[in-house]
Design a protein around this ligand. Sequence first.
Ligand code: PLP
Length: 397
Amino acid sequence: MKQYIKEFDKVVMQTYNRYQLVLDRGEGVYLYDIEGKKYLDFSAGIAVFALGYGNKDYNDALKEQIDKLIHTSNYYYNIPTMEAAKKLVKASGMDRVFFTNSGTEAIEGAIKLARKYYYKKHGKANSEIISMNHSFHGRSMGALSITGTKKYREPFEPLIGGVVFAEYNDLDSVKALIKDNTCAIVLEAVQGEGGIYPASKEFIEGIRKLCDDHDILMIFDEIQCGMGRTGTMFGYQQYQVKPDIITSAKALGCGVPVGAFAATEMVASAMEPGDHGTTYGGNPLVAAAVSKVFDIFEGKQILEHVNDVAPYLTMKLDQLVNKYNFIKERRGIGLMQGLEFTSPVSNIISMAIEEGLILISAGSHTVRFLPPLIIEKEHIDEMVGILEKVFMKTAID
Ligand SMILES: *Cc1c(COP(=O)(O)O)cnc(C)c1O
């Protein structure tokens, strides 16, 4: 593996501190490296591989579409894209969809849609977006502009402008930022990269009311917390609200590069021919994947399964919090969980990987648990076993 890593690092841009691991293949909830070593996967390619690796129905649907038609451009109609859109509209409660190639692009589209809606309604531009501190929305200039981590933004300034940041779960801080030209408030139902922070009911419902009172659009970034991860199809469905726009990606295609932004009819109608476009976005190949993902969610009752196993995961994680005084707390909903430690977790994650357990962090002090949604209780036991082994070793050091 060392040789491949050396060769890789010579030709690929150094934008990641990668773990020293060359992965080869996956099977169910396990990954294998090129030397045949097995890893229990509790990150699912960052919440992407919800159905696990090697799902036959999914793979067959893709293979079939590859042989039929991969790409056409968006100047023509095709059936897989229509079917994927119908299923996403139904699951999300939105009316119209635009497919993108990534989460970042979904966010770009949502920003453009919110601005266009304001422009059409008020006959002028220069509207403002309220985003949240510690939020994550992507790395392109627009998505970065609404990402609530200064360290990510600063080297790339000037960004798009017209963005202000409130404190997550602090309704007064949002209220204080509302102006006549506020066009949208954007937030995650559970902050992912920011450290696994679920929104409180009062916060979400309070924002919905502010949006209604001031004619502001409420945008839910469902890229990480959506697609069943919290036990409902979308994170916002944990609360008694309806968004005006949502973004999706990650588990939407379960491995193929696809994202989407979707909106209610009233909002979506602000977009006119020529306002937005993409060459690849939602091509027949990724659409076949999205469509099959929704079918499998229904056929395999994935949401029921998440609600069945998630309480076991939270119970096991709570036991760890009680047992080890270097773990501060557990946060999360469903199969989107975090354990906050009293010190940085990079060492724990590296050691877990050595012991055959793939985890990722969310911020410096939080270990993030994003297993494939098909995880079973026995895998949760296996994960806890490996984690405790790691704790024992770190305590000896
Ligand atoms: C991952 C993520 C994004 C960015 O998606 P990409 O597909 O990496 O561009 C945006 N928002 C949230 C909440 C995410 O977790």
